[in-house]
Design a protein around this ligand. Sequence first.
Ligand SMILES: [Zn+2]
Length: 428
Amino acid sequence: MKRDLSRTPYAWLQEASIAIDGRGVFCITLLMLASICSNVARAARIEHVVLISVDGLPGSVLQSLIANDVVGDYAGFAQLASGATTFNAHADWTHTTTLPNHISMLTGRPVSQPAGQATDVHHGYTSNTSPAPTDTIHNVGNPNVAYVESVYDVLYRSGVSSAMYTSKNKFAIFEQSYNAADGPQNPVHMNDLIGRYVFSASGSPLNASSMHSQFLSDIGVSHFQFSFVHYRDPDTAGHSFGWESAEWIDAVKRVDGYLRELLNIVESDPVLLDKTVLILTADHGGTGGTHVDATEPLNYTVPFFVWGAGVSPGTDLYAINATTRTDPAVTRPDYNSIGQPIRNSDSGNLALGLLGLEPVAGSTINVQQDLAISEPETLGEMIPCLAGPNIGTAPAGCLNVEFQQADLDGDGDVDLADFIWLPENPQP
Ligand SMILES: [Zn+2]
């Protein structure tokens, strides 16, 4: 429920911001503060989110490839990394395998029960093999959760168009869990929650090129509001030839080609242009010929890039999320640690928040949707989120993501104290 602001002392300021929107400049003077003047600009409206998972991509290795790129082999990755970015996000704490991490991304839950936390927090799906036809996340995963909600439940309830493009057939677990047309496999919702589900792989070793081509042609027509896209190439090459082998490098370059083609569409299609955010992460990294050791940094360290509408360019994600996330440096914090790293599993609730939607029910990771993708840069971007002291929810006209961004002092509300921290003001 959105709050009714009409009776709060902050209503006048919100109304004033609407009244001066056309004029473009708004100045207020606050006790104890110098005059604050800023251009009034509405934050970008995000209408499309593409969540990209590159299977088997260690963050530190990708960072090195981009840094040493002289001929543009990684221009697509580099462009996505030019937004709000870290190369030091983490995978799940107990599992650095494919299906468990992708289920965490799309459900916002850890794979296994964190010590001392409730028994219904984790999704509990630890298998990484092709599911049996009757398997679902619900009947194989955590027995204490009858139905594990996903981003697709929220999207379906909200009438938001969705798609899932995968390049490994074991992703059928999502089709079976969220797209079953009949009751027994989906007892709660009984609906096709995933708007368009596509699995395709081709080549030898198998790669995502056929799936990618299908995705490009489909998004150009359907303009999905949310799409999840999975590129298997580095993982498959890593298992066949070893991570960082010549074949693995070629696979990463091939993914870069996919990204450049997707970026071309996003930057040329008028429906997508300036209204789309791309999120790129990985389920896990890899070293040698595998990635199963969850304590190995090359396995658990993954990139997390956010690029597009409303994203501050050239921004370190940890720097703009200093009040809610902590760069783990070389450590591996568990889910109970004070100061959580950014995780690949922040991505699902981030995508929902950017689309103005509620978080996944039952999720714990980024359930506050407080992973910020930009700093509020102007007073005009702050005004719609102004709610008042000790009011922890976003008012109408302010996305949860924007509310968290506007809480510049990190005390859980957006009040006049936050204006002290605007970039144009001297810091106290
Ligand atoms: Zn994987």
